[in-house]
Design a protein around this ligand. Structure first.
Ligand SMILES: Cc1ncc(COP(=O)(O)O)c(C=O)c1O
Length: 393
């Protein structure tokens, strides 16, 4: 009999390396497959399902919005979008929001915003950091500095200057020589191996941005909405961005993203400069409001506590299996562990135990569990991890 996997192979373009699992439903931190097996989800749709699967409050507000209206176009005012925008500003800084459908489109919006600023100021170009991932549409791809992702695809006709953590000392000279409009950074590289930008480096960068009038854009698509134990990851540091890009978890599983533009650079977009049919989709906006309501300060403290339990457990495993596990990095419930074992063998061993993990940057185990994960579920993950490492010895 033809399986779903056979049918997909015949029908959909071959862009993803999937796990051989057909999902029938999700609940909390678990996904259930066609055969009814229950899998512990340790990467929550790559940081989208921050509140787990089918959170009852999200289902409720989603249903309510479906019964109200699903799409009205940008010719009308959408209360859900306004209220979500207000909530995002309350959780960040005074400014204005533009909504998109995805992260990469948020980056595109940021690029166009920077372009508009540059037009007024007579400046051009954006600085991007080696190893960063900002999306796959052609504008964002120009800022994505992971060769296996950007390959030789065409990108935008706009200067992009690449720096690395090692050449950060040359940033001032770059600012002076090329007069870029902005710089875009991930504070923790999601696809680049969970590398955390040091506070000392960020302090220098933010000071230089202020000194040379360079717009500081932070890509919080993966790190935002509570993932790191703060609402946005920049709140661990001592600076305020000029522009934040968000997506993934904000829509509670519904496609939603956007940018928050600080009031200090407000006013560069006018009607006709930018737009998108579904920005914001009212369902995502309604669910997003609930996501922000649930991820309050108490919720964030709980994320930090869970992060501590996870880190303690991982450190114990690292000490027990120094031949298999290298450095542990990250903040909150966004963690990376350098693997010295074969990542695909480890992933298969986890899968056998019905625990779903993700590998990034070839050999980094990337943990992005639902933020609602319990102490017991963290314990279960660590026990399975230990068992897998024992088998791989
Ligand atoms: C940091 C970061 N920026 C941009 C993107 C692109 O977002 P999307 O896949 O929603 O287009 C991602 C997606 O993984 C991301 O992690």
């Amino acid at each position: 009999m033809e399986t779903w996997i056979d049918r997909e192979e015949k029908t959909l373009l071959n862009t993803y390396s999937r796990m051989p699992i057909v999902i029938s439903r999700g609940e909390g931190c678990y996904l259930y497959d066609e055969e009814g097996r229950k899998h512990l989800d340790m990467f929550s749709g790559l940081a989208v399902n921050a509140l787990g699967h089918c959170h009852p409050e999200l289902v409720r507000v989603g249903k309510e919005q479906l019964e109200r209206y699903l799409h009205i176009s940008n010719f009308f005012y959408c209360k859900q979008g306004v209220m979500l925008g207000e909530a995002l500003i309350r959780r960040s800084f005074p400014g204005k929001v533009f909504f998109t459908n995805s992260g990469t489109e948020g980056v595109e919006a940021a690029v166009k915003y920077l372009f508009k600023i540059g037009e007024k100021k007579g400046r051009r170009g954006i600085v991007s950091l080696e190893g960063s991932f900002h999306g796959r549409t052609l504008g964002a791809l120009g800022l994505t500095k992971i060769p296996s992702v950007s390959r030789n695809f065409p990108t935008m006709n706009y200067p992009v200057y690449e720096i690395s953590r090692e050449t950060l000392g040359e940033l001032e000279a770059l600012f002076i020589k090329f007069q870029p409009v902005g710089i875009i950074l991930e504070l923790i590289s999601g696809s680049g191996g969970i590398e955390v930008l040091a506070e000392s480096d960020m302090n220098k960068i933010s000071k230089l941005c202020a000194q040379y009038d360079v717009v500081l854009c932070i890509d919080e698509i993966q790190t935002g909405i509570g993932r790191t134990g703060k609402f946005f990851a920049y709140q661990h540091y001592g600076f305020t961005p000029d522009l934040v890009i968000f997506a993934k978890a904000v829509g509670g599983g519904s496609p939603l993203g956007g940018i928050i533009v600080n009031q200090n650079i407000d006013g560069y977009f006018s009607p006709g400069d930018h737009g998108t049919t579904f920005g914001p989709n009212p369902l995502g906006a309604a669910m997003g409001r609930k996501v922000l309501e649930i991820i309050d300060d108490d919720f964030l403290s709980a994320v930090s506590k869970k992060s501590q339990w996870m880190q303690e457990g991982l450190k114990e495993l690292q000490q027990k299996f120094p031949e298999s596990l290298g450095e542990i990095r990250g903040k909150g419930l966004m963690m990376g562990i350098d693997l010295k074992v074969d990542p695909s063998v480890l992933k298969a061993a986890f899968m056998k135990e019905q625990v779903l993990i993700n590998i990034t940057a070839a050999s980094v185990l990337r943990l992005l569990p639902p933020l609602i994960i319990s102490k017991g579920e963290i314990g279960k993950f660590l026990t399975v991890f230990e068992g897998c490492l024992e088998k791989l010895q």
